[in-house]
Design a protein around this ligand. Structure first.
Ligand SMILES: [Zn+2]
Length: 415
């Protein structure tokens, strides 16, 4: 096939995409302009119903799998080919914004609408996907639906996840009527592209329209406990103390120093509990969390080794410190062909772009295990996300959707 001849000049309708974003933002809309649409609630059911109506109006075939993942397929011309998937998630954080996840699904819908309007036939079927429970805000862990699809979790594990109110994922899924019959993981995907807001400030800082996402960084979580000795704050001289909080302060700075000394690394102490937390008691024990991330597993390995060595050097005495890893997610490298399609998709439309790694987890990180995958980022105001004030402009959303459409058409030609 001559790809130069085959590339059509199709465009998305930015106004229509924006209207869909604003229309669905009413479902679970908050007073501050955000969305509270926790997975498998009435709001989730309502937005799923809405999506089914839109896709079926376009003649797409709907399939729902056993964990509620939704697949809407527009047929291609070659019955031997697996579908190219586009999409993201419709669930939000309790105080979520209007774009996180939703943009990826509605941009996919806009592409289906645009292709349908033009009558353009792709070789591959095109499949819009809504993954269940990406945020992990009601049922932990995050990225549960895509994780089941990719074989990271099984259906029984997903069904047994329990919300704070005692409701299980399985019961909630049955209750909203979105337990489908398609066996989890059985839906074939030729390639997956996900459009998402960046959720960070890098594109905005560099003044770029599009982020070409090369992968998801390596992440490790640790629990850290420092044990000293509780003592009277008035009668214990400074040189006779084993103050766990003073030691913790040093470690907070150590984590920051380690992260800053590795380019592209981040390090965070997000929780810190002081025991016994009394005004006139020298703190005897501190529990804290450490979150370390880097695009490369080997660099993260070095960061962890540095942290352990420095802790050992500091606490090889009466004060004790234990560091235990509780979770890790290795670096994800996206597929070269998908990354190239995104890069040329942006260039074809005349958008400036930047190659970067995702700092956050995404459904695509799991899908990359079972299908060639990449992502497209657009800027969001001040890099703010997981916040009701989360904001991208109509033009930014349109640029992301157009890049997605161009990339899909390129993959349709090349795969
Ligand atoms: Zn998201």
């Amino acid at each position: 096939m001559d790809s130069a001849v085959a590339m059509p000049n199709l465009t998305v309708d930015g106004d229509r995409l924006w209207q869909s974003l604003m229309e669905t933002a009413q479902i679970g809309g908050t007073q501050k302009g955000g969305i509270k649409r926790l997975p498998l609630t009435e709001e989730d059911r309502a937005v799923r119903d809405w999506l089914v109506r839109q896709c079926e109006a376009l003649g797409c075939r709907t399939a729902i799998d056993e964990v509620g993942n939704m697949f809407f397929t527009r047929p291609g011309t070659d019955p031997a080919l697996d579908p190219i998937a586009i999409g993201s998630h419709l669930d939000t954080q309790p105080t979520g914004g209007k774009f996180d996840g939703i943009l990826g699904v509605l941009a996919g819908l806009e592409i289906l609408r645009s292709l349908s309007e033009s009558g353009y036939a792709t070789r591959h079927p095109l499949m819009l996907v809504n993954w269940t429970n990406e945020e992990g805000a009601r049922f932990s862990p995050a990225m549960l639906g895509s994780g089941v699809h990719a074989g990271v979790f099984d259906r029984a594990y997903a069904d047994a996840r329990t919300a704070a109110d005692g409701v299980t994922f399985g019961d909630a899924l049955d209750a909203i009527g979105y337990r489908g019959e398609t066996p989890a993981g059985s839906t074939k995907i030729a390639a997956m592209l996900e459009l998402h807001i960046e959720q960070g400030p890098v594109l905005e800082r560099h003044g770029k329209d599009i982020g070409i996402v090369e992968g998801v960084q390596s992440m490790r979580w640790y629990d850290l406990v420092i044990t000293g000795v509780e003592a009277h704050a008035g009668s214990t001289p400074m040189d006779a103390r084993l103050d766990a909080l003073v030691a913790a302060a040093e470690l907070v700075l150590l984590v920051e120093r380690i992260a800053k000394s590795h380019a592209s690394a981040v390090g965070t102490v997000g929780c810190l509990a002081v025991h016994p937390s009394s005004r006139n008691v020298v703190p005897g024990q501190i529990s804290m969390t450490v979150d370390l991330r880097h695009p490369e597993d080997c660099q993260l390995e070095i960061m962890e080794a540095t942290l352990r060595r420095e802790i050992h050097a500091r606490f090889d005495g009466r004060l004790t410190c234990s560091l235990s890893e509780i979770w890790r997610s290795p670096a994800v490298k996206f597929d070269g062909r998908c990354i190239d399609a995104v890069a040329s998709g942006a260039a074809t439309a005349g958008y400036s772009s930047l190659r970067l790694h995702s700092g956050a987890g995404h459904d695509s990180a799991y899908i990359a295990r079972v299908a060639p995958t990449s992502m497209i980022f657009i800027p969001c105001l001040d890099g703010l996300s997981h916040n009701e004030a989360e904001s991208s402009t109509k033009e930014q959303c349109q640029a992301g959707a157009q890049t997605l459409l161009n990339a899909v058409l390129m993959l349709d030609n090349s795969l």
